[in-house]
Design a protein around this ligand. Structure first.
Ligand SMILES: [Zn+2]
Length: 208
């Protein structure tokens, strides 16, 4: 069980984290975690391009090392790159120093001010250490594309009912999410484009 919209109470409790981009303009911030991989990421980029949409990719360092050409394409096409650790480590199960080393190893590829902890798992000490260098970015809309118990239509519905102006939406360019993201992403773009939304990449310099 998970909530597709992060409750305001949770968000206000973790003030130092970016959950959305406050404002009333019809801007939507799509984010894609766990790539880049050849099976899904180029398709995501093609689909975004059809709508002149920009997005943010929280990349796993090991995938960047294997697929540098796709990482390069993400940048060339005007999207933002975020750090998602080198090995997709769970923060609360990883010692501080090991965790920070892994983040910095990823940073050799991502070179970014944006960080998103895998599994939303981060200790207070890790968060404190990272904040001197990074903005920690989570989301206010969870598509549930990682959830094998739902289909693409449900994933799409999760997004459509939860989005507000300035929302940050979590998708994955991963094999586990592929079936649902291939259904939900083009329809999300179509739906909100019709409503006059713009799809924007997170601006590393302008957050908070
Ligand atoms: Zn992840």
């Amino acid at each position: 069980m998970y909530l597709t919209r992060t409750p305001r109470t949770v968000r206000s409790f973790f003030r130092e984290v970016v959950w959305n981009v406050p404002g009333t303009s019809k801007d939507l911030y799509l984010t894609f975690d766990d790539g880049p991989i050849p099976e899904v990421t180029p398709w995501v980029l093609d689909t975004l391009a059809e709508y002149d949409a920009k997005a943010t990719f929280f990349c796993i360092g090991a995938n960047c090392a294997t697929n540098p050409d796709i990482l390069e394409r993400i940048r060339r096409e005007g999207h933002t790159v975020g750090n998602h650790t080198y090995d997709h480590l769970p923060g609360r199960k990883t010692p501080l120093r090991t965790y920070l080393r892994n983040v910095l190893r990823c940073q050799e590829f991502t070179g970014t001010r944006l960080f998103r902890p895998p599994y939303m798992s981060l200790t207070l000490a890790q968060g404190r250490a990272l904040r001197s260098r990074f903005e920690v970015v989570l989301w206010d809309v969870l598509s549930g594309d990682f959830d094998a118990d739902i289909d693409g239509a449900k994933c799409l519905e999760n997004v459509l009912v939860a989005v507000r102006p300035g929302s940050i939406v979590l998708f994955h360019d991963s094999l586990g999410a592929e079936e649902r993201v291939r259904y939900a992403l083009p329809r999300t773009l179509e739906h909100f484009a019709k409503q006059g939304y713009r799809f924007r990449a997170l601006d590393e310099r302008a957050l908070r």
